[in-house]
Design a binder for this molecule. Structure first.
Ligand code: CDP
Length: 252
């Protein structure tokens, strides 16, 4: 442990550029996706990504509740991201706080931009994301899980949405931050990509990066998203090959 002021900071990067968990700067944490993990939902997916465990369930297109939200010429996309009280080290107060409202909003907007909503007028497509265990990057794990769940539900979309956070640790740009890197690093940049077109539909940033670092981070994030995209597609392919629950594992 080094120290900055009164704060104890773990060493995030060794001299030969290995991270706390031994990863290189451009490596993802191990990612497993189980498509169709829930029986009751129209579509579902369970994502285990590093120490994150995230379940997504999709219902719809179905009747809009509350009714006044109904739109005549398209479906609305409603998203609820929630962190379980037991998902973090210090028990989180149950219920929707400002952070989960913000995350729910940006994720709903990302999906609105890829779902062919005009095919289902006056309906709602409801996406539930439950974080059961959190270790940084949960909004990205939520987007990945929800995306596979939407495809599993048969919702027509332009493409799946792979998502990952890139950050800056000890002055270096790093792919897929884990919790200590997120807490003690200098920046965090979650993103979600439409792989076919290269369009970013979610991009947030906390901390500071120079213009060059931002450009490097975007390139690294896009290449990370492309690896994640492969795992997402395999999970869906296995689901339909198996005709039931399927799990795809790719050790990063
Ligand atoms: O999870 P994500 O990186 O998308 O969001 P964040 O707001 O940057 O949170 C980073 C991490 O901090 C979470 O994944 C949790 O591990 C942790 N956290 C927590 O321990 N308690 C909270 N109330 C919120 C986040």
């Amino acid at each position: 442990m080094g120290s900055v002021g009164a704060k104890e900071v773990p060493v995030l990067l060794t001299a030969d550029q290995r991270r706390i968990d031994g990863r290189r700067l451009d490596e993802l944490r191990p990612l497993k996706i189980t498509a169709g993990a829930l029986k009751q939902a129209d579509g579902s997916a369970f994502v285990e990504w590093g120490l994150n465990k995230v379940m997504a369930a999709v219902y719809g297109p179905r009747e809009v509740h509350p009714r006044h939200l109904q739109v005549n010429d398209k479906a609305i996309v409603q998203c609820r991201y929630n962190m379980a009280a037991f998902s973090v080290d210090e028990r989180k107060r149950p219920g929707l706080d400002r952070r989960s409202q913000e995350i729910s909003k940006v994720i709903a907007e990302a999906f609105e931009s890829v779902i062919f909503a005009e095919e289902y007028p006056r309906t709602s497509i409801d996406v539930y994301i439950e974080v059961l265990q959190a270790n940084a990057g949960t909004r990205c794990a939520g987007v990945v899980a929800a995306s596979v769940a939407l495809a599993d539900a048969g919702i027509p979309m332009v493409d799946l949405l792979p998502s990952v956070a890139v950050g800056k640790i000890d002055g270096h740009i790093a792919l897929d931050l884990k919790k200590e890197e997120d807490n003690f690093g200098e920046a965090d940049l979650p993103m979600a990509l439409v792989p076919q077109s290269g369009r970013l539909v979610l991009l947030q940033m906390e901390g500071h990066m120079t213009r060059d670092e931002l450009s490097q981070a975007l390139d690294l994030g896009v290449s990370g998203c492309r690896q994640i995209y492969t795992v997402m597609k395999s999970a869906l392919r296995e689901r339909y090959d198996a005709g039931g629950v399927a799990r795809t594992e790719v050790a990063a």
